[in-house]
Design a protein around this ligand. Structure first.
Ligand code: MRU
Length: 356
């Protein structure tokens, strides 16, 4: 997708270096960062220079290739794989991507390891781009249906950033929106700010602006009243881990939006590539929920009058702060899962039929 009119993907490999867009600096600064070692990749995932389930999966795959490039000793590769998987706990894509590369490397001669690792990392990223494009084609049908009935702008609410910046390209939740916009269907997006890291305001609104999709940032607590007023036609969010029973783990606050949508008969869709499905965990209580540094809540970052990034404390400095990063929306509140293979009910039978 575009930034200042130029097409980008969120990650690419060039001259033995992995390149990423540093998302901690957006929307105020556009910086392309170089990852030269597996440690750089692990750090980029931890501090969220890259974030979003599919993109951290792609980064982990390239991170493992960087490990092979540094030192192709099997013990080093194994240790790097473990550290990459542990760099963030909630999104299943990390383990999924690392396992995929490791599987390809098993039993391979040392002189071929690097080309195979790089090849698999590229394949994972290319595949994600295609899957996200297909999610858009499938999700477009829902937006079209609403537009055909309403004959007026379709208002879509989204939470966090499940946009192209969270994937390799297109996004998951945003892909149907981009497809509708490109087709000339009038859409307007309510963008939840998404405290504490403001991925909605800083990233979703930014990328929608760059693609000229009309959008409005709202405080996280505003969605409810907009739904009561009939100003939301549908919600679309992404997910970091979807259980095979259809329960959806996503950015903190998603659950509350789903409850409000349910109470107001607003369809609540979750868009996901199959790489985000966890076929093993059966009970949502077993999903590891990331707890991040309390500074993300107690401090806020922005630019000053000289366009310099600044971080300031906004809470009483003696207050205790808790920063849970994800929550789980039970399947009963999800209208449908928009996947690369089609839209399905959030249930084991439907998911199993589509993917297994
Ligand atoms: O903490 P983040 O910014 O990595 O959280 C991202 C989300 O919650 C997204 O909704 C999810 O990863 C889906 S991305 C297509």
């Amino acid at each position: 997708m575009k930034i200042e009119g130029k097409e980008y993907r969120t990650i690419w490999f060039e001259n033995n270096i992995v390149k990423i867009i540093d998302q901690t600096k957006l929307p105020h600064q556009f910086i392309i960062k170089e990852l030269k070692t597996v440690k750089d990749a692990i750090n980029a995932i931890k501090v969220m220079e890259v974030r979003g389930a599919p993109l951290i999966g792609g980064t982990a795959a390239y991170g493992l290739a960087l490990a092979v490039q540094e030192n192709n000793d099997p013990q080093f590769i194994k240790k790097s794989a473990t550290e990459l998987v542990q760099s963030r706990p909630t999104a299943i894509n990390l383990k999924w991507a690392v396992d995929r590369v490791i599987k390809k490397l098993t039993g391979i001669n040392s002189d071929q390891l690097l080309s195979i690792a790089l090849n698999e990392a590229k394949k994972i990223c290319d595949e994600d781009e295609k899957f996200c494009e297909n999610i858009g084609i499938n999700g477009l049908k829902v937006i079209e249906e609403i537009y055909n009935k309403k004959k007026d702008t379709v208002n879509i609410l989204t939470h966090c950033n499940a946009g192209w910046l969270a994937t390799i390209n297109w996004g998951t939740a945003t892909s149907p929106i981009y497809h509708a916009h490109k087709k000339g269907i009038p859409v307007h997006v309510w963008v939840d700010e998404t405290r504490p890291r403001n991925q909605g305001a800083n990233l979703t609104s930014y990328e929608l602006n760059e693609e000229e999709v009309p959008n409005t940032i709202i405080a996280d607590n505003t969605g409810g009243i907009l739904m009561q007023r009939g100003e939301v036609d549908m919600c679309i969010v992404g997910t970091d881990r979807t259980l095979s029973n259809g329960d959806v783990c996503n950015k903190i606050g998603t659950y509350l939006k789903a409850l409000a949508a349910h109470d107001n008969n607003v369809p609540f869709y979750v868009a996901l590539p199959s790489s985000t499905i966890d076929w093993d965990i059966k009970d949502a209580k077993d999903i590891p929920i990331e707890e991040r540094n309390s500074e993300e809540l107690s401090h806020i970052e922005g630019v000053d009058e000289n366009n310099q990034l600044k971080k300031v404390l906004i809470y009483p400095n003696k207050s205790k702060v808790m920063n849970l990063a994800f929550d789980v929306t039970p399947a009963k509140y999800v209208t449908g899962l928009i996947t690369e293979r089609g839209i399905t009910e959030p249930s084991f039978d439907s998911l199993n039929k589509l993917f297994k």
